[in-house]
Design a protein around this ligand. Structure first.
Ligand code: ADP
Ligand code: MG
Length: 615
């Protein structure tokens, strides 16, 4: 009998190292994949409500979702048994066989969202089906069922997720500022509400209603989310796109070229899901080519309907990229559809980029401490550069420059040369001769060869440094506006604006919140006086958003960058020798003068070697 003590069983106890993870641990690991932040949790909950046929969905959030994320729906609800099962891993009512994956029409299907959420938070849910008299209350903390009991509740499901990541301190720490997380929540929310216009939604954050979206048409929904609620004109800036082919149907709205902005809302949806698709984005941009001013972006909301068998949404639970079976063909269809829609609005044919530049715009500002640069006070680079009447607003010169840039074959070599030697000394630039070439470059001799300086970029770098300094010292000079301007913003950008407002004031904007969705601007930084503040501020917001700038330094960088770009002398501006010298002198005083903060080349050297080889 004693040999039983050495039985294989005992042996195994000591030797086996592979074992099944307890469900709670497996769920916590999986949760890291599915639920990365409050926004991903919100997405899963709202998608479940939609899958349950809800017509009205309320989202209630506290502290950007850290403390509370609650979703209340009027959908089918769950039976007592299903309520419990819903939180098990791979429990789903939506697919039964692997094959079903290919004909997916519901949002969720993996059955892992609720299991993941309850592994990393404290969940309380009440739910009831129409046919049941009593509902079910279920409370789960970190995958442990605390209680399950019958309860009185309306038909539908009310799920409260509290203290997300309470048991995963690392994740909790990893969360960004409340503003950023709230913005992520809103972004995720937009992706959903834009495809379900017939469902009414509300979004409440810390007891404040941020969005109230009644059921309506797609157009009304877009208007309700992005338009100015008081003006109701947003969607009149758009034209409708509609195309039906055997492969795909595409409908939606694209902005009229004259209404393009620097800050664009660009949305693709496929079969009721938001998707990112850089390749299709290119198709849209191609359709607009020649119609948009430099830097301007088209906003669009495009909805694709396609046989689910020809797409693969199953790449990753949190990814928004979707693969299509025949992307080239869809590219063509999409481009043609957008072109046709724009064509209906009598857009003239593309302008001739080979034509010589005409009537180059002059700067409107008086750059700080370069009073020598003469200015045209009427020029406003932010005024819509109208391509329909190119004589009014020329802009083709910068396309010409693009060609010139790529043509510079030796640029790379020149750059490496530059890394080694300091080519400009402060003394040299005091006295050396200076020439301007092509309205773009300042040329000067140095010990190593001929130095070429990009005049616009040089000035951008100088102003950037100046603005950064002013931001740090809160010393921006203000210029009062004759007519205060009002900037209306969608909720996600109101949140962003709240982050930036202190710095904007430091640099010289006199800006106050006017209403829950607008700011008033009374004054602008002196360097950009005479420019409309609104496009500038919108551009700053867009940059911060796009780059996911999440530190004060990063915000300041964006503010300084945008203001420097808009205030710097443009290409085509003829400079006097004095002006050139002033720019060069100030440039060489910068710690890094060879490249702009964005990394673009400012200074290039054509070495003596290089020159003599040519002869
Ligand atoms: P999936 O959505 O991938 O099926 P989830 O973990 O998100 O997986 O949900 C599991 C199941 O719980 C769903 O299949 C559904 O049957 C049920 N469920 C979840 N949320 C709701 C809801 N709001 N209303 C009704 N049923 C729900
Ligand atoms: Mg789901």
């Amino acid at each position: 009998m004693s040999s039983y003590n050495l039985s294989p069983f005992t042996f195994h106890l000591y030797m086996d190292i592979i074992h099944l993870l307890p469900d709670s641990v497996a769920n916590q690991i999986a949760a890291g994949e599915v639920i990365q932040r409050p926004a991903s949790c919100l997405k899963e909950l709202v998608e479940n409500s939609l899958d349950a046929g809800a017509k009205r969905i309320q989202v209630i959030v506290r502290d950007a979702g850290r403390t509370l994320l609650q979703v209340i729906d009027d959908g089918f609800g769950m039976s007592e048994m299903d309520a419990r099962l819903a939180f098990e891993r791979h429990a789903t009512s939506k697919i039964r066989e692997a094959q079903d994956l290919f004909s997916l029409r519901t949002m969720g299907f993996r059955g892992e969202a609720l299991a993941s959420i309850c592994a990393v938070s404290q969940v309380e849910m009440t739910t009831r089906r129409a046919e049941d008299e009593t509902g079910t209350l279920l409370e789960i903390h970190g995958s442990d069922v605390i209680r399950q009991e019958p309860c009185v509740c309306p038909v539908g499901t009310n799920i409260k997720v509290s203290n997300l990541f309470f048991n995963v301190p690392v994740r909790r720490k990893f969360l960004k500022t409340d503003q950023t997380e709230l913005r992520n929540l809103l972004t995720e929310f937009y992706h959903i509400v834009l495809v379900y216009p017939k469902v009414s939604f509300t979004f409440v954050h810390n007891d404040e209603i941020l969005l109230e979206l009644p059921a309506g048409t797609e157009k009304q929904r877009i208007e309700a989310v992005f338009g100015n609620p008081k003006k109701n004109v947003y969607t009149s800036a758009f034209v409708e796109v509609r195309t039906e082919t055997e492969m795909v149907s595409i409908r939606g709205f694209v902005v009229k070229p004259e209404n393009a902005t620097r800050k664009a809302e660009q949305y693709f949806f496929v079969n009721g899901r938001y998707m990112r698709h850089p390749y299709f984005l290119k198709a849209v941009l191609t359709a607009y080519s020649g119609m948009l001013a430099n830097d301007y972006q088209p906003s669009f909301f495009l909805y694709f309907d396609i046989n689910p068998e020809s797409i693969d949404v199953n790449i990753h639970p949190t990814k928004t990229e979707i693969k299509f079976a025949d992307e080239q063909t869809i590219f063509q269809i999409l481009m043609a559809a957008v072109r046709e829609a724009l064509g209906k609005f009598a857009i003239p044919t593309a302008i001739d980029f080979d034509a010589p530049p005409i009537d180059i715009p002059l700067p409107s500002h008086q750059p700080v401490s370069t009073p020598q640069v003469s200015v045209d006070p009427t020029y406003n680079p932010f005024q819509k550069r109208n391509v329909i009447y190119p004589d009014k607003a020329p802009r083709n010169w910068d396309m010409l420059y693009k060609g010139a840039q790529t043509a510079s074959l030796t640029e790379h070599r020149l750059q490496t040369d530059l890394q080694e030697a300091s080519i400009l000394s402060a003394e040299d630039v005091e006295t050396c001769p200076l020439w301007q070439y092509n309205g773009r470059y300042i040329l000067l001799p140095s010990a190593q060869g001929l130095v070429l300086i990009n005049q616009h970029r040089a000035h951008v770098a100088i102003l950037h440094a100046q603005f950064m300094e002013q931001l740090a010292n809160t010393q921006g000079a203000m210029q009062q506006l004759l007519f205060p301007e009002v900037l209306s913003l969608p909720q996600d950008e109101m949140v962003l604006m709240a982050q930036l407002v202190e710095d904007l004031r430091a640099i010289g904007f006199d800006i106050e919140q006017l209403s829950p969705d607008s700011y008033s601007i009374q004054a602008v930084p002196a360097q950009i006086a005479n420019q409309s503040a609104i496009p500038l501020l919108q551009h700053i917001l867009q940059q911060v958003k796009e780059r996911d700038a999440d530190t004060q330094f990063a915000w300041r960088e964006q503010i300084a960058q945008t203001l420097a770009d808009s205030a710097a002398i443009p290409y085509g501006k003829t400079l006097s020798e004095e002006e050139m010298r002033d720019i060069v002198k100030r440039l060489v005083r910068l710690p890094h003068y060879r490249r702009t903060p964005e990394g673009k080349t400012i200074v290039s050297l054509l070495s003596d070697d290089e020159i003599s080889k040519r002869f």
